[in-house]
Design a protein around this ligand. Structure first.
Ligand code: GDP
Length: 428
């Protein structure tokens, strides 16, 4: 893949997640000294294929195959210690790296947060965001209420008892009073379980700001690994059909606790088409046989949930917006092979809302529901060479497709991924 000019690389999904970030982060991971997650929780996921075995990780950053690499969970990540312990155990069993550093400021997903996520999904009904029900939204809410529990809290028995009491009582009232459900947790059991996690995890817990600051002074290679995608951002996505965190590059500093301005390279990952797992409106959605065909060829099923993803044409209004939000240094375009063999391909280049041209992505659902995509239809490419070194080997139709993406989204595509294999990439 491309030369890594900057020591600090931020990798961000440019759409609604599932853009194929895994392959790109894996490439950077091989050279990184640090890989840092800065938002989200175990609602993300990446898959590692080890000989015959498939290992799925949801919380620990990419890079477990690289011993040299410190895997950092920043303060902006919400941590379910049950999931974390399970992942650590799995990695140890496979002889993989557990070279972890977990921010003492990261918030903890408690068992009742997971329950509340279920209750919330029922309560919010059609406005539910299609949550993975891992407790992420409830824990971020508790963080803002200021009775959230941080990792640092479980290291001190007395402090933890007091803080847990506040969080436990509040959440019990919420479950019983608002959701009218029974609260099935025992304070003492949770207290013991989580205090023990603190003891077991203490070798991994530390001050991420200090560590990353020292690493930057030593010119270490640091990769910040975004989860989900820019267009699921809680502020800039289609609220309320968003994820529960800020997913754009601007979140790196808040969620990792390190100032990186002026030194970073921001790489956006975009897929040649679009997928979406939520329930919200999806202007470029494809229905029927073509949807099934793209889903099957692209293997568009959730890593965490196994859910079939909805499929649509690439939306360049959305990609342009992602670029405005992130200021991508470059964009990597993935999965172009999945569209091979189509007679024509479509790209959404503009929106009509209630019959009128709209500029930008609307903030409200009603307008979003009424989007009528303006498409540019281009001839498709029948097939791709088995091995591609340069764009010159590619069909003209693919060149036109890429050029249209760059023109409308005002981005620079730097690299193309044309298959799941690590080597199936070429630079532009
Ligand atoms: P992520 O969450 O952004 O990493 O995206 P996913 O996990 O949904 O996508 C990763 C899947 O897409 C993996 O199975 C990859 O092997 C596969 N993949 C990545 N790039 C390509 C590509 O260019 N072509 C094809 N066919 N598959 C790809």
């Amino acid at each position: 893949m491309q030369n890594n000019k900057s020591n600090i690389v931020v990798v961000i999904g440019a759409q609604w997640g599932d853009e194929g970030k895994g392959k790109v982060t894996d490439y950077f991971a091989a050279r990184a000294d640090f890989i840092v997650r800065f938002q989200g929780g175990n609602n993300a996921g990446h898959t590692i294929i080890l000989d015959e075995k498939t290992i799925k990780l949801h919380l620990i950053p990419s890079g477990v195959l690289h011993e040299q690499c410190k895997l950092v969970i920043g303060n902006g990540v919400v941590v379910d210690p049950r999931v974390l312990m399970k992942e650590i155990k799995m990695l140890k069993e496979e002889g993989l790296s557990t070279n972890l550093l977990i921010s003492d400021r990261a918030h903890l997903i408690m068992p009742y947060h997971v329950d509340i996520d279920y209750h919330l999904t029922n309560y919010q009904n059609e406005l539910a965001a299609g949550s993975t029900r891992s407790g992420i939204a409830p824990v971020y809410a508790d963080k803002l209420y200021r009775h959230g529990l941080r990792i640092t809290d479980i290291l001190n028995k007395d402090l933890f008892r007091n803080r847990l009491k506040k969080s436990f009582d509040f959440n019990q009232s919420l479950v019983e009073g608002v959701f009218k459900e029974s609260f099935k947790h025992s304070f003492e059991e949770i207290f013991d379980e989580f205090y023990n996690y603190g003891q077991e995890l203490s070798p991994y817990i530390g001050n991420v700001t200090e560590v990353l600051s020292a690493a930057m002074k030593e010119n270490k290679q640091i990769m910040f690994e975004g989860a989900q995608g820019a267009c699921l951002d809680v502020d800039h996505g289609l609220y309320p059909y968003t994820t529960s965190s800020n997913t754009i590059a601007g979140q790196v500093e808040a969620g990792a606790g390190i100032g990186i301005n002026n030194t970073k390279k921001i790489v956006g990952i975009a897929k040649a088409y679009l997928t979406y797992v939520g329930r919200g409106p999806f202007p470029t959605e494809i229905k029927g046989d073509l949807e099934d065909k793209i889903r099957d060829i692209g293997q568009e099923y959730g890593t965490t949930t196994g859910r079939a993803r909805r499929v649509g044409w690439i939306d360049l209004v959305q990609l342009k917006y992602a670029n405005q939000l992130n200021n991508f240094s470059e964009v990597i375009l993935t999965k172009i092979d999945v569209l091979s063999g189509l007679k024509e391909v479509k790209l959404c280049t503009g929106y009509l809302i209630n019959g009128r041209p709209a500029s930008g992505v609307p903030s409200d659902i009603e307008s979003f529901k009424n989007i009528e995509p303006i498409y540019e239809t281009l001839p498709g490419w029948s097939s791709l060479p088995e091995h591609i070194e340069t764009i010159d080997q590619c069909p003209e139709e693919l060149k036109d497709f890429i050029a249209k993406i760059e023109e409308v989204s005002e981005t620079k595509v730097s690299l193309i991924s044309y298959g799941p294999d690590r080597n199936q990439t070429f630079k532009l």
